[in-house]
Design a protein around this ligand. Structure first.
Ligand code: ARG
Length: 487
């Protein structure tokens, strides 16, 4: 028992250390623009020519006139610009929780939004337009023809509100404009509401879309700033004023539109897609491996602690261990991720980066499964082994360490291997909060190429290679360990 409680204490201390250190570490890299000289921009880079992904010199970059404006603001502040790309409806919470300092995303300063954030002066105006497939060119001459129709809109945008006002319309609200375009191309929706500046990028034969019913309704764009951050608000307005007086904004729009014009590469086969975007996938592999490796390490630590708790003599500790396993195992990892990433930030101000939130979620989650595996292993070793060791004069600790645990470990190695493989695959869930892993990069490639299949087939192949290598390595370890049995 002494051994168990000593380890329990050590591991508990480690956990306490980790949980206190992690938020501090993230606080050190905060987004506060005073002092650290970093200006964090939140944007939804699916909105060419405002902001979009483009491969320049083989590297994925976020460009567009919103981004150029952000760079001007950062330059005026003498700060370094950091861009956080996320779903459009995640921008307001990100700004409020302090994850980003400002939002430039073609965002219209509506009264609703003004309740929760402040806006700069407006810097651009556009109009609403309905996009339809070329084949349907003459089908929807007026807004009234859209009644009862299937319409795609961006989640959280003013277009969603407009769509909700159309009687009987069946709305599909999605994160990214490119997803809506895919829906339109694949006949899942028959119209999409977007802004004319953005629609311009899709209106060609490659995509096969046509504009219809230009609406007179205006959509202005302004920069979102956290309420009360007047210092930044004034600086932003100052920069906008300078740009307007230099006629620079029109120039930036023209430049961005030119960049946008050659953004689509059609008809690439899977090998061409892979070759052109290999650097994207390479980055993704790096993050997936980092995420999984740390998830495994901390997962094992947590698993050991929980396993020790579950086997403890003190019933309250046993109860805590059981509760942990049941709760974590009984709730989806996606929900856990949302709580750790958004919940903690909005409720307690504990702001984790996507990488940190990912590691924490994966560790907590796999810890529960690993704890059960460890417990099964230890309990699977015949009691007689322990008793024999004790009767030979071994202490309980030594008996555990030299007799029980090695046998337990060998017995559950295949199950542990399964769990590691699962962690690599499940880490793809973390991509929803903008963690740049393989899955995330596959979506980026999909958004750039408008291909729905190849980017994900490539991702599948990469995941398969990773997990296959891992299970080969584990198989080898297993054989090595069982070799000693046959001696
Ligand atoms: N102007 C619209 C709005 O504020 C749409 C903006 C969408 N922006 C984007 N980056 N996707 O709701």
């Amino acid at each position: 028992m002494k051994l168990i409680s000593r380890y329990t204490m050590m591991l508990l201390a480690l956990v306490v250390l980790l949980t206190t250190v992690a938020p501090v570490a993230s606080a050190a890299g905060t987004t506060g623009n005073s002092g650290s000289k970093k200006l964090v921009l939140g944007t939804s880079a699916d909105f060419a020519p405002y902001e979009f992904h483009k491969v320049i010199d083989g590297k994925d970059q976020i460009v567009g006139f919103d981004i150029s404006i952000a760079k001007e603001i950062a330059a005026d502040l003498g700060a370094e610009l950091v861009i956080e790309d996320m779903g459009f409806d995640g921008l307001l919470p990100a700004l409020q929780s302090g994850r980003v300092d400002m939002v430039i995303s073609g965002m219209t300063p509506t009264d609703d939004r003004r309740q929760s954030i402040d806006f700069s002066d407006t810097y651009y105006k556009s109009k609403q337009v309905i996009m339809i497939r070329n084949a349907d060119k003459d089908k929807y001459p007026t807004m009234a023809d859209l009644e009862n129709e299937k319409i795609g809109v961006q989640k959280g945008s003013i277009q969603e509100t407009i769509g909700q006002g159309i009687p009987g319309a069946k709305l599909t609200a999605l994160d990214k404009i490119s997803d809506i375009v895919l829906q339109l191309q694949t006949n899942r929706v028959n119209a999409a509401i977007v802004e004319d500046t953005v629609a311009a990028g899709y209106l060609d034969d490659v995509i096969g879309l046509a504009p219809a019913i230009p609406d007179e309704e205006q959509a202005e764009a302004a920069i979102g700033i956290r309420k009360g951050n007047t210092e930044l608000l004034n600086a932003v307005n100052g920069t906008l004023e300078r740009l307007k007086s230099e006629n620079k904004i029109d120039q930036l729009v023209t430049e961005a539109s030119q960049l946008m014009a050659d953004k689509v590469k059609k008809d690439q086969n899977i090998f061409q897609v892979f070759w052109e975007y290999k650097s994207f996938y390479a980055t993704g592999v790096g993050y997936t491996l980092l995420l999984s490796a740390l998830g495994v390490i901390f997962g094992v630590i947590i698993g050991l602690i929980i396993c020790l708790l579950r086997l403890h003599d003190v019933s309250i500790l046993r109860w805590i261990g059981t509760a942990y396993v049941e709760v974590i195992r009984g709730t989806p990892m996606l929900v856990q991720l949302m709580i750790i990433y958004y919940g903690l930030a909005l409720t307690f101000g504990i702001t984790f980066s996507p990488l940190q939130a990912g590691i924490i979620t994966l560790s907590i989650n796999s810890g529960a499964y690993l704890a059960e595996i460890f417990r099964a292993g230890i309990q699977g070793v015949d009691r007689g082994q322990l008793e024999a060791a004790r009767s030979l004069g071994m202490g309980r600790g030594a008996a555990m360490r030299f007799i029980v645990l090695p046998q337990a470990f060998k017995a559950v190695l295949p199950a542990i291997g399964n769990e590691f493989v699962t962690i690599i695959k499940e880490s793809s869930i973390i991509s929803v909060i903008g963690m740049v892993d393989i899955m995330y990069q596959a979506s980026v490639v999909k958004n750039i190429t408008y291909q729905g299949m190849n980017p994900f087939l490539i991702a599948a192949a990469i995941y398969f290679v990773l997990t296959f290598i891992l299970s080969k390595l584990l198989g080898r370890l297993e054989r090595k360990l069982s070799a000693s049995d046959r001696r």
